[in-house]
Write a protein that binds this ligand. Structure first.
Ligand code: GLU
Length: 205
């Protein structure tokens, strides 16, 4: 079991994302990463092993985005390497995932046939490429995710960022938990309410 956090905030969120991931360490993990919307592009930092490795990476190469997602990974498909660590990204999408996409092999074969280049061994990466393909067909981010979900088999929680959308974060879940915190001008996502505990939110659903 891994951890997901997301913050749609008012200041740089990378530090808060890592602090929040620390509260999910009890769930176990082998690598970690964060991504933020940096102006008109998406940026990520990832590291194998403990969160202190990710912190060191962020220290040397700051992220300043106000909207971001973070992840601690418990590898199920692919080795616990930086290349397989989340977030997974395509041109316009970054995604973190908790769970298993059971039909990822079929989806990957279909995407590769249509020209997608995969960078990892994970089941998760098909999610980014599918959403990317819907965006390239003119779908909005919301419609792209709505179109994606019926194509996935398995239990999962997902959180997405989109290039060029500084104030948008989309979460989806089936079978796996994902809490939403409603703050004052801020929004939070987390694998459980413990992840959200440091934040000032009005209620969790
Ligand atoms: N199945 C995904 C992977 O292996 C996510 C694992 C997790 O829940 O951390 O990357």
């Amino acid at each position: 079991m891994c951890g997901i956090v997301g913050i749609l905030g008012r200041g740089p969120v990378a530090g808060q994302l890592v602090e929040s991931l620390k509260r999910l360490e009890y769930r176990g993990y082998d690598s970690a990463g964060v991504a933020t919307v940096e102006g008109d592009h998406l940026e990520r930092r990832r590291a194998e092993g403990k969160l202190k490795n990710l912190e060191a990476r962020l220290h040397g190469d700051l992220l300043s985005g106000h909207t971001g997602i973070g992840h601690t990974r418990w590898a199920t498909h692919g080795k616990p390497t930086e290349r397989n660590a989340h977030p997974h990204m395509t041109d316009n999408v970054a995604v973190v995932h908790n769970g298993i996409i059971e039909n990822f092999r079929e989806l990957r074969a279909e995407l590769e046939q249509n020209g997608a280049n995969f960078a990892s061994e994970t089941d998760t990466e098909v999610v980014a490429h599918l959403v990317e393909s819907y965006l390239k067909n003119g779908y909005s981010p919301q419609d792209a995710v709505k179109t994606l979900l019926p194509r996935l088999r398995g239990a999962f929680a997902l959180a997405f960022l989109f290039k060029g959308h500084n104030d948008l974060m989309i979460g989806a879940r089936r079978g796996s938990p994902l809490a939403i915190g409603y703050g004052d001008g801020e929004m939070y996502l987390g694998s459980d309410a413990i992840a959200l505990a440091p934040f000032r939110y009005n209620h969790v659903s």
